[in-house]
Design a protein around this ligand. Structure first.
Ligand code: SF4
Ligand SMILES: [Zn+2]
Length: 141
């Protein structure tokens, strides 16, 4: 079962079955201890103000680079979706998908943090011109 882990040196949070052997941020060995999802939520909430819409836009571009998908070239659509994602963050504390409803169960709602694992969506998987549920990402042609 996946759990949350926190680097006691630099506060990196890791979510996984086991913690990383070496912290990827501060490079300290055996630095992680298990924490509650509430603590993880509070720590990740702290970074809210440091990733603005421009940074997020750059991050999704970078994430798509060399991948089988790209950010939708329809700029207006992307702008509207980013607006929705940032409203979710303001109202619910995380960058949740603007097209789906959160359950208020933190672990369940982690599946709705953008970008989600959209490659498993029907709207993406079986289609040549597949896209994520909201159309923020589309398959590269
Ligand atoms: S469906 Fe698209 S917009 Fe929604 S969370 Fe997933 S990647 Fe983001
Ligand atoms: Zn660390």
């Amino acid at each position: 079962m996946k759990k949350f882990w926190r680097c006691h040196v630099c506060n990196d949070v890791h979510y996984g079955v086991n913690p990383p052997e070496v912290c990827p941020t501060c490079l300290v060995k055996k630095a992680y201890m298990e924490i509650s999802s509430e603590e993880a939520k509070k720590i990740s909430g702290r970074s809210e103000s440091t990733v603005d819409k421009v940074d997020f836009r750059k991050a999704i571009e970078k994430f798509s680079e060399g991948n089988q998908f790209q950010v939708n070239p329809d700029k207006k659509r992307v702008e509207t979706l980013l607006e929705g994602i940032f409203n979710c963050e303001k109202n619910h504390g995380m960058k949740y998908c603007p097209c789906r409803l959160i359950t208020k169960n933190f672990e369940d709602d982690l599946k709705l943090v953008c970008p989600c694992n959209f490659r498993i969506h029907e709207t993406y998987k079986n289609k040549e011109d597949g896209e994520c549920w909201c159309g923020l990402f589309i398959r590269r042609q």
